[in-house]
Design a protein around this ligand. Sequence first.
Ligand SMILES: *Cc1c(COP(=O)(O)O)cnc(C)c1O
Length: 217
Amino acid sequence: MTIEAIERRVAQAIEDAGRAKDSVTLIAVSKVQPLDRLRHVLDSGHRVFGENKVQEAQGKWPDLRADFPDVTLHLLGPLQTNKARAAVTLFDAIHTVDRLKLVTTLARLAQERGQCPELFIQVNTGAEPQKAGILPQDADSLIAAARAEDLPVRGLMCIPPADEDPVSHFTLLREIAARNDVSDLSMGMSSDFETAIAQGATHVRVGSAIFGERVPV
Ligand SMILES: *Cc1c(COP(=O)(O)O)cnc(C)c1O
Protein backbone atom coordinates (compact mmCIF):
# COMPACT_ATOMS: atom_id res chain seq x y z
CA MET A 1 0.00 0.00 0.00
CA THR A 2 1.02 3.59 -0.36
CA ILE A 3 1.98 5.65 2.66
CA GLU A 4 -1.13 7.74 1.97
CA ALA A 5 -3.36 4.67 2.20
CA ILE A 6 -1.78 3.67 5.52
CA GLU A 7 -2.16 7.22 6.83
CA ARG A 8 -5.85 7.06 5.93
CA ARG A 9 -6.25 3.74 7.76
CA VAL A 10 -4.50 5.18 10.82
CA ALA A 11 -6.79 8.23 10.74
CA GLN A 12 -9.86 6.01 10.41
CA ALA A 13 -8.78 3.81 13.33
CA ILE A 14 -8.25 6.93 15.46
CA GLU A 15 -11.72 8.16 14.58
CA ASP A 16 -13.31 4.75 15.22
CA ALA A 17 -11.68 4.70 18.64
CA GLY A 18 -13.04 8.16 19.40
CA ARG A 19 -9.54 9.47 20.03
CA ALA A 20 -7.98 12.86 19.28
CA LYS A 21 -6.79 13.41 15.71
CA ASP A 22 -3.07 13.72 16.38
CA SER A 23 -2.89 11.16 19.16
CA VAL A 24 -1.03 8.53 17.09
CA THR A 25 2.36 8.81 15.40
CA LEU A 26 2.88 6.59 12.36
CA ILE A 27 6.48 5.36 12.27
CA ALA A 28 7.43 4.13 8.79
CA VAL A 29 9.81 1.22 9.41
CA SER A 30 12.39 1.45 6.65
CA LYS A 31 14.86 -1.25 7.73
CA VAL A 32 16.32 -3.29 4.87
CA GLN A 33 14.38 -1.32 2.24
CA PRO A 34 15.98 -0.04 -0.96
CA LEU A 35 16.80 3.67 -0.93
CA ASP A 36 14.46 4.50 -3.81
CA ARG A 37 11.44 3.24 -1.82
CA LEU A 38 12.57 5.34 1.10
CA ARG A 39 13.01 8.46 -0.97
CA HIS A 40 9.58 7.91 -2.45
CA VAL A 41 7.99 7.97 1.03
CA LEU A 42 10.08 11.04 1.96
CA ASP A 43 8.98 12.80 -1.23
CA SER A 44 5.36 12.15 -0.28
CA GLY A 45 5.96 14.23 2.84
CA HIS A 46 6.23 11.60 5.58
CA ARG A 47 8.93 12.43 8.11
CA VAL A 48 8.88 9.83 10.91
CA PHE A 49 10.93 6.69 10.34
CA GLY A 50 12.08 3.64 12.28
CA GLU A 51 15.19 1.52 11.91
CA ASN A 52 16.31 -1.67 13.63
CA LYS A 53 20.06 -1.44 13.48
CA VAL A 54 22.33 1.41 14.44
CA GLN A 55 24.91 0.57 11.81
CA GLU A 56 22.40 0.26 8.98
CA ALA A 57 20.84 3.59 9.95
CA GLN A 58 24.25 5.25 10.11
CA GLY A 59 24.83 4.12 6.54
CA LYS A 60 21.83 5.86 5.02
CA TRP A 61 20.27 8.52 7.24
CA PRO A 62 23.02 11.16 7.45
CA ASP A 63 22.76 11.62 3.65
CA LEU A 64 18.96 11.50 3.60
CA ARG A 65 18.78 13.96 6.48
CA ALA A 66 20.89 16.44 4.54
CA ASP A 67 17.96 16.57 2.08
CA PHE A 68 15.18 16.16 4.68
CA PRO A 69 16.43 17.84 7.88
CA ASP A 70 13.05 17.61 9.64
CA VAL A 71 13.06 13.79 9.73
CA THR A 72 12.71 12.15 13.14
CA LEU A 73 14.27 8.75 13.58
CA HIS A 74 13.23 5.98 16.00
CA LEU A 75 15.43 3.02 16.96
CA LEU A 76 13.27 -0.12 17.16
CA GLY A 77 15.84 -2.92 17.37
CA PRO A 78 17.93 -4.23 20.29
CA LEU A 79 20.66 -1.85 21.45
CA GLN A 80 24.04 -3.06 22.66
CA THR A 81 25.71 -0.77 25.16
CA ASN A 82 28.76 -0.39 22.92
CA LYS A 83 26.49 1.14 20.25
CA ALA A 84 24.67 3.43 22.69
CA ARG A 85 26.77 6.50 21.93
CA ALA A 86 26.17 6.16 18.19
CA ALA A 87 22.48 5.55 18.86
CA VAL A 88 21.91 8.67 20.98
CA THR A 89 23.76 10.72 18.38
CA LEU A 90 21.59 9.53 15.49
CA PHE A 91 18.15 8.76 16.93
CA ASP A 92 15.42 11.01 18.32
CA ALA A 93 13.79 8.11 20.18
CA ILE A 94 14.89 4.68 21.40
CA HIS A 95 12.13 2.08 21.86
CA THR A 96 14.23 -0.77 23.16
CA VAL A 97 15.49 0.14 26.63
CA ASP A 98 15.17 -3.18 28.45
CA ARG A 99 17.85 -3.58 31.10
CA LEU A 100 19.57 -1.74 33.88
CA LYS A 101 22.99 -1.71 32.23
CA LEU A 102 21.56 0.12 29.23
CA VAL A 103 19.78 2.59 31.53
CA THR A 104 23.06 3.33 33.29
CA THR A 105 24.90 3.79 30.00
CA LEU A 106 22.21 6.07 28.58
CA ALA A 107 22.20 8.11 31.80
CA ARG A 108 25.94 8.66 31.57
CA LEU A 109 25.64 9.74 27.93
CA ALA A 110 22.71 12.04 28.73
CA GLN A 111 24.69 13.71 31.46
CA GLU A 112 27.69 14.15 29.24
CA ARG A 113 25.70 15.48 26.27
CA GLY A 114 23.10 17.48 28.18
CA GLN A 115 20.36 15.83 26.13
CA CYS A 116 18.78 12.44 25.56
CA PRO A 117 16.48 10.88 22.98
CA GLU A 118 12.95 10.05 24.14
CA LEU A 119 13.04 6.62 25.71
CA PHE A 120 10.60 3.73 25.58
CA ILE A 121 10.99 0.73 27.87
CA GLN A 122 10.53 -2.49 25.90
CA VAL A 123 8.41 -5.06 27.76
CA ASN A 124 8.50 -8.74 26.80
CA THR A 125 4.76 -9.13 27.37
CA GLY A 126 4.75 -12.75 26.22
CA ALA A 127 7.77 -13.63 28.39
CA GLU A 128 9.33 -15.27 25.35
CA PRO A 129 12.84 -16.51 26.19
CA GLN A 130 14.34 -15.57 22.81
CA LYS A 131 12.84 -12.09 22.76
CA ALA A 132 14.29 -8.82 24.04
CA GLY A 133 12.45 -6.72 26.60
CA ILE A 134 12.12 -6.59 30.36
CA LEU A 135 9.73 -9.14 31.89
CA PRO A 136 6.35 -7.65 32.84
CA GLN A 137 6.94 -8.24 36.56
CA ASP A 138 10.25 -6.36 36.40
CA ALA A 139 9.01 -3.39 34.36
CA ASP A 140 8.03 -1.15 37.30
CA SER A 141 11.50 -1.29 38.80
CA LEU A 142 13.25 -0.60 35.48
CA ILE A 143 11.00 2.41 34.87
CA ALA A 144 11.79 3.64 38.39
CA ALA A 145 15.51 3.12 37.81
CA ALA A 146 15.42 5.14 34.60
CA ARG A 147 13.53 7.95 36.30
CA ALA A 148 15.92 7.91 39.22
CA GLU A 149 18.63 8.66 36.64
CA ASP A 150 16.53 11.58 35.32
CA LEU A 151 16.01 9.84 32.00
CA PRO A 152 12.96 10.83 29.93
CA VAL A 153 10.69 7.76 29.99
CA ARG A 154 8.27 8.68 27.24
CA GLY A 155 6.58 5.32 26.82
CA LEU A 156 6.50 1.55 26.78
CA MET A 157 6.93 -0.71 23.76
CA CYS A 158 6.00 -4.34 23.04
CA ILE A 159 6.17 -6.90 20.25
CA PRO A 160 3.48 -9.53 20.95
CA PRO A 161 4.22 -13.20 20.16
CA ALA A 162 3.65 -13.76 16.44
CA ASP A 163 1.13 -16.58 16.91
CA GLU A 164 -1.10 -14.98 19.55
CA ASP A 165 -3.96 -12.53 19.60
CA PRO A 166 -2.17 -9.25 20.33
CA VAL A 167 -5.02 -7.69 22.34
CA SER A 168 -4.07 -9.18 25.73
CA HIS A 169 -0.47 -8.00 25.17
CA PHE A 170 -1.57 -4.48 24.24
CA THR A 171 -3.79 -4.45 27.33
CA LEU A 172 -0.98 -5.61 29.59
CA LEU A 173 1.32 -2.90 28.22
CA ARG A 174 -1.37 -0.27 28.78
CA GLU A 175 -1.86 -1.44 32.38
CA ILE A 176 1.86 -1.29 33.16
CA ALA A 177 1.98 2.22 31.67
CA ALA A 178 -1.07 3.38 33.64
CA ARG A 179 0.19 2.23 37.02
CA ASN A 180 3.56 3.90 36.36
CA ASP A 181 2.14 7.11 34.94
CA VAL A 182 3.82 6.56 31.58
CA SER A 183 1.99 8.37 28.79
CA ASP A 184 2.92 6.70 25.52
CA LEU A 185 2.49 3.23 24.04
CA SER A 186 4.54 1.97 21.09
CA MET A 187 2.57 -1.03 19.83
CA GLY A 188 1.08 -2.28 16.59
CA MET A 189 2.77 -3.30 13.33
CA SER A 190 1.57 -3.96 9.76
CA SER A 191 -0.78 -6.77 10.74
CA ASP A 192 -2.36 -5.23 13.82
CA PHE A 193 -1.89 -1.45 13.97
CA GLU A 194 -5.62 -0.74 13.86
CA THR A 195 -6.19 -3.08 16.82
CA ALA A 196 -3.33 -1.36 18.64
CA ILE A 197 -4.87 2.07 18.04
CA ALA A 198 -8.17 0.81 19.45
CA GLN A 199 -6.19 -0.32 22.52
CA GLY A 200 -4.50 3.05 23.04
CA ALA A 201 -1.30 2.97 20.96
CA THR A 202 0.35 6.38 20.56
CA HIS A 203 3.05 5.08 18.19
CA VAL A 204 2.46 2.40 15.55
CA ARG A 205 5.43 0.87 13.73
CA VAL A 206 4.51 -0.09 10.19
CA GLY A 207 7.02 -1.53 7.74
CA SER A 208 5.97 -4.04 5.11
CA ALA A 209 2.45 -2.63 4.67
CA ILE A 210 4.05 0.63 3.47
CA PHE A 211 7.20 -0.50 1.72
CA GLY A 212 6.25 -3.95 0.55
CA GLU A 213 8.00 -7.10 1.66
CA ARG A 214 11.50 -6.52 2.94
CA VAL A 215 14.12 -7.36 0.35
CA PRO A 216 16.70 -9.64 1.97
CA VAL A 217 20.24 -8.23 1.90
C1 LIG B 1 10.31 -4.69 11.55
C2 LIG B 1 9.64 -4.15 12.74
C3 LIG B 1 8.40 -3.51 12.63
C4 LIG B 1 7.62 -3.43 11.34
O1 LIG B 1 7.16 -4.70 11.01
P1 LIG B 1 6.07 -4.91 9.82
O2 LIG B 1 5.40 -6.17 10.18
O3 LIG B 1 6.85 -4.96 8.57
O4 LIG B 1 5.15 -3.75 9.87
C5 LIG B 1 7.87 -2.95 13.78
N1 LIG B 1 8.50 -3.01 14.96
C6 LIG B 1 9.70 -3.62 15.10
C7 LIG B 1 10.34 -3.67 16.44
C8 LIG B 1 10.28 -4.22 14.00
O5 LIG B 1 11.46 -4.85 14.16
